[in-house]
Design a protein around this ligand. Structure first.
Ligand code: NAD
Length: 297
């Protein structure tokens, strides 16, 4: 299949590589010329604009930072909707708000195209390994149509329901994640302050009812989990600013649904404080630093 791929960042670049590996022809566009060149060296074709990237393609994939970028890549004069043929499906795998998805889906429909939300979980490791989980919002028929393409980049492709529900699933998962990480950080910092060995505390939590991904895989206390970002100065992993963005999406969506998000709002403020302190690029588990300001973690 001929695919137009726009947004070759930490996630998009390895995803586009996996499409090439699966035998697809891929046109690529990114504002970052170096990111484009790396994909061209791997067999992709460079395009000078989103419009040029989608000429004659059967499918478009966007993997961009936030809703504003997706909107501009789609609707600009040299954007996707200006260059795409009728009946082509646009799959957006960025994490954005469900309301933007609905507005963009309507615009695409007016031009005879279909817009699908298919955000991912699995991080940069999952993107490189081709083991991402896609949460897809689309009609059942369109879901069946896009599934084979997504399986070239992921292991699990989950049907969530109508357009926008993929983002609902993604936002709710990351709401849990942001809250559990802050909770584990608080407990680990308290345990250390009260004098228990953090490694022992980590082992106990991980075989008790407090166990979760934030405790057993990405524990925020350095040294508790050797492979966690906390054990390498919070480098790599899932950035604090990305978590902050996702909690903002959750609290915005909650306003729209007249639904309280008490813990989500509080967690958002914790990551906001980290970001304001210049720690936005550190893994979000670095939030434990708020509880241990005078220590290494
Ligand atoms: P990134 O910042 O590494 O990459 C974004 C890319 O988009 C960059 O290469 C940038 O140059 C490009 N870009 C920005 N504006 C553009 C435009 N107008 N035209 C063309 N290219 C443009 O971000 P990422 O980590 O790859 O994340 C992408 C999306 O995936 C985000 O919505 C993020 O929330 C989501 N996500 C990220 C992770 C993760 O672990 N990094 C995990 C799951 C979901």
């Amino acid at each position: 299949m001929k695919i137009g791929f726009i947004g070759l960042g930490n996630m998009g670049a390895p995803m586009a590589h996996n499409l090439l590996k699966a035998g697809h022809a891929v046109n690529v566009f990114d504002l970052n010329a170096r990111a484009v060149q790396i994909l061209v060296d791997a067999g992709a074709e460079a395009a000078g604009s989103p419009k040029a990237a989608v000429t004659d393609v059967e499918c478009v994939i966007t993997m961009l930072p936030a809703a504003a970028h997706v909107r501009s890549v789609l609707t600009a004069d040299d954007g996707v909707l200006a260059g795409i043929g009728k009946g082509v499906t646009i799959i957006d795998s960025s994490t954005i708000d469900p309301a933007s998805v609905k507005a963009l889906a309507e615009l695409a429909q007016q031009r005879g195209n279909t817009f699908v939300d298919a955000p991912v979980s699995g991080g940069t490791g999952g993107a490189a390994a081709g083991s991402l989980t896609f949460m897809v919002g689309a009609s059942a028929a369109v879901y069946e149509q896009v599934k084979p393409v997504l399986l070239a980049m992921g292991k699990n492709v989950v049907y969530c329901g109508e357009t926008g529900t993929g983002q609902v699933a993604k936002i709710c998962n990351n709401l849990v994640l942001g809250i559990t990480m802050a909770g584990v950080a608080e407990a680990m910092a308290l345990g250390a302050a009260l004098g228990i060995d953090p490694n022992l505390l980590g082992r106990i939590i991980n075989t008790s009812t407090g166990r979760c991904w934030s405790s057993d895989t990405c524990n925020p206390f350095p040294g508790v989990i050797e492979t966690a970002p906390a054990s390498r100065d919070y480098a790599g992993g899932f950035g604090t600013d990305l978590m902050l963005k996702d909690l903002g999406l959750a609290t915005d969506a909650a306003k729209f649904a007249h639904q309280p998000v008490y813990l989500g709002s509080l967690a958002q403020q914790l990551y906001q404080t980290m970001s304001s302190k210049g720690a936005g690029r550190l893994d979000f588990s670095a939030v434990i630093k708020l509880y241990r300001p005078d220590r290494e973690a």
